[in-house]
Design a protein around this ligand. Structure first.
Ligand SMILES: C[S@@+](CC[C@H](N)C(=O)[O-])C[C@H]1O[C@@H](n2cnc3c(N)ncnc32)[C@H](O)[C@@H]1O
Length: 254
């Protein structure tokens, strides 16, 4: 026997271990819910009814909590989380991320009335962001991927410095761009056509000229990432340069 005092007991009924389909729905119900949402364009093998996920979230989470479904499937977990005032992260590698999950969640935000909407008095609202994962920047030990492409590393560095996505230009140059009075340059992977240590990945007067030429009108402060620098601290300061060394100064988080 477990002894519980009234002050510790939540109101309501203790969850049972037997969940009958009359209360929580069935695979058939789930299929019908999905059909109503998408016109039945795709069949999922193991769709879950919204009521089932609702019960799981009732037991395991509180409003505002973050719910992760790393195998999102048809998007039921995310849809239910949204309707129950939970935040969510859904991960899906199949095309149905685009063809099903994204439109389904847009409908939820617009106030779709299927599934648990009526039970939750769901009127729509809130929102979500849809991201595509790029190539991995770090390996499992936290080191930079040895074969990382220039554009992938540039996007990561830009984001870690500027906290905003990088708009990659058509033609890549070592100058990544400038924002808020700060420019960023990256000397990496022979972007200048020279992979030798004393060549394109090293900041010296010659590579600085190339960066400045690529920067065009922008003549302000510059953060330069490279393998090493041959410029003296006095030159760096006079030129408004902050040098950061790859890979050591490339961080997963700020
Ligand atoms: C059984 S379904 C998920 C069901 C869903 N969580 C639900 O409760 O209805 C499994 C999904 O995981 C996806 N998946 C499998 N491996 C994955 C991976 N490594 N990364 C992202 N998604 C993955 C599959 O494409 C499939 O849509």
């Amino acid at each position: 026997m477990e002894k519980k005092y009234l002050t510790e007991v939540k109101s309501g009924v203790t969850p049972q271990t037997w969940w009958p389909y009359q209360d929580f729905g069935s695979t058939r119900n789930a299929g019908a819910e999905l059909k109503a949402l998408s016109g039945g364009a795709k069949n999922f093998d193991t769709p879950k009814p919204e009521r089932l996920i609702e019960r799981i979230l009732q037991i395991a989470t509180n409003p505002g909590d973050l719910v992760l479904d790393s195998f999102l499937g048809s998007g039921t977990t995310a849809a239910v989380a949204q309707k129950m005032g939970r935040r969510f992260i859904g991960i899906e590698m199949g095309d149905h991320a685009v063809t099903h999950c994204q439109p389904r969640l847009s409908k939820v935000v617009d106030g779709e009335q299927g599934g648990i909407s009526k039970a939750q008095n769901w009127q729509g609202g809130g929102g979500f962001r849809f991201y595509r994962l790029g190539a991995a920047v770090f390996d499992e030990t936290g080191g930079l991927q040895p074969d990382i492409r220039f554009a992938t590393l540039a996007a990561h560095i830009w984001f870690s410095e500027m906290a905003a996505p990088w708009n990659a230009p058509q033609d890549l140059t070592p100058f990544l761009g400038a924002s808020g009075g700060r420019g960023i340059a990256l000397l990496y992977n022979g972007i200048l056509g020279d992979k030798s240590l004393s060549g394109g990945n090293v900041l010296n007067l010659q590579t600085l000229r190339v960066i400045r030429a690529a920067a065009g009108d922008y003549t302000g402060a510059l953060i330069v990432y490279g393998e090493r620098t041959l410029l003296s601290p006095a030159t760096l300061e006079a030129e408004g340069l902050t040098f950061k060394q790859t890979p050591y100064d490339v961080r997963a988080r700020k």
